[in-house]
Design a protein around this ligand. Structure first.
Ligand code: NAI
Ligand code: MG
Length: 332
């Protein structure tokens, strides 16, 4: 049976870049069963719910999901969807491409961000007129699970260097948050030692300075939830734009792939959105489902188009989404 892929376009340019990514997937010699599902602002307007139960169940039952973006309802859509695929790690590569104006063209890093706890665990309260609190949750089990994933990722040569000896860097603030990040750090380093993976560490604030100054020092970076969110956005700034960056929310036997960008209301509906991030998200989906060679072909095609054109407006070109997609399909 072909793998079942749930396709959620969502709002804004999600409706433009997700069909582009599906077109690229359809141009390959891999059979998928695509199932369309709805979520986002328009769905809320039509049905009263940003994320209908039917969509949640479809995603939970699928082999993988490709998601575009949701507008104001983004948090109501994406947080439950990450839960639907039981995602414990958010994978966010940030790579500068030839032909794209980047602040730091030597950047080639992959963030592996803890995706379930930390300060995003949802335990937040308004206790009085003056006081709000947040409980930061860190478990040994989630920290170790992330570390196991990082070790496998590195061992499989999936890090930017492709060399397992490069190991990974863990970024944390265990000198201040001794109990929570202390536990995270200890468990991650412990798993790395057990698995014989080389792991070094950085305090996350110092890391935020060192990364932009010299990204070539880093490859795979393992982070707690909030740190990974912020630091991977910082890395996005180094490589030249939101239209280029894919991401994966990986669970135990399910995963959701999405461009990092939102609905881009300023350009939505004009057919000029850059489909690269969505197409690279589809390449991650291919690799996740075991179609490693096809994933690489898509990546190579995207790199070729970025370097030779056509390019969309965000990259200084004047091509449409369709023109860029057709050029990628041509090279695939
Ligand atoms: P955004 O990523 O939608 O746009 C930021 C800027 O980048 C805009 O100028 C936009 O035109 C440009 N941009 C983004 N993707 C592009 C692409 N593929 N091609 C060309 N240009 C691109 O972020 P913003 O403006 O902060 O948020 C807009 C809406 O998207 C909000 O309603 C927000 O809640 C939602 N959002 C949803 C996300 C999700 O569903 N995962 C993630 C981020 C934002
Ligand atoms: Mg973010």
């Amino acid at each position: 049976m072909p793998d079942e892929i749930v396709v959620i376009e969502g709002d804004g340019i999600g409706r433009e870049v997700v069909p582009a990514a599906v077109e690229v997937l359809e141009s390959l010699d891999v059979e998928f069963e695509f199932v369309a599902a709805d979520a986002g602002d328009a769905t809320k307007e039509a049905t009263g719910e940003a994320l209908p139960a039917e969509t949640y169940e479809r995603v939970a039952d699928a082999d993988a999901t490709l998601f575009g973006a949701a507008g104001e309802t983004a948090a109501d859509v994406i947080l439950p969807l990450r839960e639907a695929v039981d995602s414990f790690v958010n994978v966010r590569p940030a790579k500068a491409f030839p032909g794209v104006d980047a602040l730091r063209p030597e950047t080639d890093v992959v963030f592996l961000r803890e995706n379930t706890e930390g300060v995003y665990s949802g335990h937040e309260d308004r206790l009085s007129e003056d006081l709000s609190t947040l409980t930061r949750v860190v478990t040994s089990s989630a920290s170790r699970e992330l570390a196991e994933y990082a070790c496998e990722f590195v061992d499989d040569g999936r890090g930017p260097a492709g060399d397992p000896d490069e190991g990974f860097t863990v970024a944390h603030k265990a000198n201040v948050m001794r109990e929570t990040d202390g536990r995270f750090r200890e468990e991650v380093l412990d798993v790395a030692a057990e698995r014989g993976v080389d792991a070094d560490e950085e305090l996350m604030d110092a890391f935020a300075t060192k990364l932009p100054l010299d990204p070539s020092q880093y490859g795979v970076i393992v982070c707690p939830n909030l740190a990974g969110d912020v630091l991977s956005d910082l890395a996005a700034g180094l490589v030249g734009g939101l239209g280029l960056l894919p991401s994966a929310n990986v669970g135990h036997d399910n995963a959701l792939f999405e461009p990092v960008h939102g609905t881009a209301p300023d350009i939505a509906g004009k057919g000029i959105a850059n489909p690269t991030a969505a197409i690279l998200s589809a390449a991650m989906l291919l690799e996740y489902l075991g179609h490693v060679e096809e994933g690489q072909r898509v990546r190579d095609a995207v790199e070729g188009v970025l370097s030779d054109g056509p390019r969309t407006g965000d990259l200084g070109g004047s091509a449409t989404t369709d023109e860029v997609t057709a050029a990628v399909v041509d090279r695939v």
